[in-house]
Design a protein around this ligand. Sequence first.
Ligand code: G6P
Length: 615
Amino acid sequence: MCGIVGYIGARDAYPILIKGLKRLEYRGYDSAGLALVTNSDQLAVYKTKGKVADLEHYVLDKDITGSMGIAHTRWATHGEPSDANAHPHYSQSGHLALIHNGIIENYPVLKENLVQNGYTFRSNTDTEVLVQLIEYIMFTHGIDLFHAVQLSLTQVVGAYAIAVIERNNPNAIVAARKSSPLVIGIGEGEYFLGSDASPIIEYTKKVVYVNDDEVVCLRRDREPQFYNLNRVEKSHRIIELEMTLSQLEKGGYPHFMLKEIFEQPHTIRECMRGRVNVEHNSITLSGIIDNRERFLKARRIIIVACGTSWHAGLIGKYLIESFARVPVEVEYASEFRYRNPVLYDDDIVVAISQSGETADTLAAVELARSRNVFVYGVCNVVGSSIPRRTHSGSYTHAGPEIGVASTKAFTAQVTVLALMALCMARERKTLPQPEFEHLVAGLAAIPAKMEETLQVSDFIKKFSCIFTYAHNFIYLGRGYNFPVALEGALKLKEISYIHAEGYPAAEMKHGPIALIDQEMPVVVVAPNNKSMYEKVVSNIHEIKARKGRVVAIITRGDTVIKEMADYFIEIPPAEECFVPLLAVIPLQLMAYHIAIVKDRNVDQPRNLAKSVTVE
Ligand code: G6P
C-alpha cells in the first residue's frame, strides 16, 4: 500500500515525480503529495486528499521548480484520507520532509516522548512521528541527516520504505527500507527511487533493490551509499530490468483491466515458454528439477496466499493432488501466520503472490523458514520481497499488472501450478505416460483457446447492462470450477461494488438457495466435462424451479444447458483440469462490463490497493 517516488539529478523533478505517482497509483489513491527543494531554496510541500490528478490541479499556481524531490500516493492506514494526513509530512522546524510506505507499530511511544520534548503534531498518522524523531535526533546529537535516519530507525518497530529530504541540503535524498519495497534507479548523474521499478523504467534500466535494514544516501555528485543501521557500509548489486515502458501503458485499451484480460493468451504463452515442449512431451520447471529430492519426498504441500492468489492456490490443490498425489492444504496467509501451524521438515510451503510484497504472505514465508521448511515462491514481480525470501520458485512472467483487480496474473498463477503439478507427477511417476502427454498437449493448446474465448467480449458487453439492477449475485461451480466461481464473485465485488458470493454448486442447497428468486442472477460455471456435468444440470434445475436467472458458462456445442439458461456464454472444449483458465475469462469480462455500465473506476476501485503491504 502507498507508493513512493523520488528524484535527484539535473532535470526538473516535478514531471518525473508526477509521472511516477501515476504509475504507482495502483498502490493507493486516497491522497497524494510531493516535496521539492525549489530553485529559491525553499522546501515546498504540496499535498491534497484525492488522486494524483487532484494534486496536479492543486499545484497549478505553485512553485514547482527544483531538481530534487519526493512524492507519495497514499492508501490510508492510520488516519482518514485528508489533506493533513497526506504525505509528505514535515518536521516541526519545517526543515525536513518525509514520505513513508508501511506502518510504524510503536508510534504511540515515540510520539509520547517527542510530545514531552516539545513537539506538536499536525496529523493523525503514524508516519509523522518518524520525521519529528529524525529531526529531534539531528538537533540533539548534532549529526547529519544520513546518520540521524540510521540512528532513528534503531528505535522504530514496524515496516517502512521512507525517503527524506532537507531544505538546507538540496544535494541529498536519504532513503531506507524494512519490509516495504524500495528500488533505486541508477542514471547518469541522476538517481531515482520508487516502490517498484515502474516510475524508473522510462529513465534507466539499472536498478538496485534495497535490502531490509539498509539506509541509502543518494547524492547528485557521487555513487549511492548503502549502510546498515549500525553504520556499516554494504555492497549493492546493480540489476538490469527486463520490463519495457509499453508494458506499463494502456496500448489503445480504455482501461488496464481490459488490456490485461486480452493479454492472457500472450501471458500464458510467455509463462510456458521454455518450460513446455510438446514435441518432446516434456515439462521443465527448473525450481522443481533443482529440488527434485525435496519434491519426491514431500509429505505435504501447504499453499499460502491472499485474495485472487488464494483462489489460484485452490485450483493448484486440485491439480497437484490429482496429478502428483501429494496432499495439499490451501491457507489464507493471514490465518496461517498467526495460528502456530503444525509443520514438518518434509513439508513444502508454496507462497503465491502477484506482487511478491503482500505483508501476510511474506510473514507466512518467514514463519515457514523459521521452522526450517522449504519455501517455494510463485510470484509475478521479479526481484520483489517474496521471491527474495523463498528457497526456490517459479516466476509467472505475466508482465506488469496495473489494474487493481487481478486477471492475467491469476491465469498465469494457475498455469505455473499446472506446470508444477505435471512436473512433480513426472518425477514421482504418478501419471501414466499417455495421460501425461495428453495433458501436456492440452495445456499447450490453452492460449489459442483463450483467444477464441475472448471473442465473447462484445456479446458479454451487450447483456451485462441487463444485470446492473442487481444488488446480489451468486456464482456456482464444482470441482476445478469451484475456485473459478469464487474468483468470478470476487471480480464483480471488487470493481462493480455489487455483492456476490461464490459457492460450490452442491452447497447451494445448504443456504444460498433461500436467496434465490426472480431478482437473483446466478452465474453457473457448467462446462461439459464428464465427472460433473449431470450434477450441474440438476443444480440449474433447482435454480430455475425457484425462478432464479441463470447465466451459464458452457462448452461450445452443449445443447442441454443452452435450453435451460437465461443467458449462456460458450467456451471451447478443454480438459476438465484446464477449464478454469478459459471459464474465468467470461467472468472477468462480465465484471468489467457491468462495472463500466455502473460508471465505476475499474482500474482503481474504491478502498482497494493492488499491493497490500500492511496486515
Ligand atoms: C490485493 C489485490 C488482489 C490480490 C491480493 C493478493 O487484495 O487487490 O488483486 O489478489 O491483494 O495480492 P498478491 O500480490 O499477493 O497476489
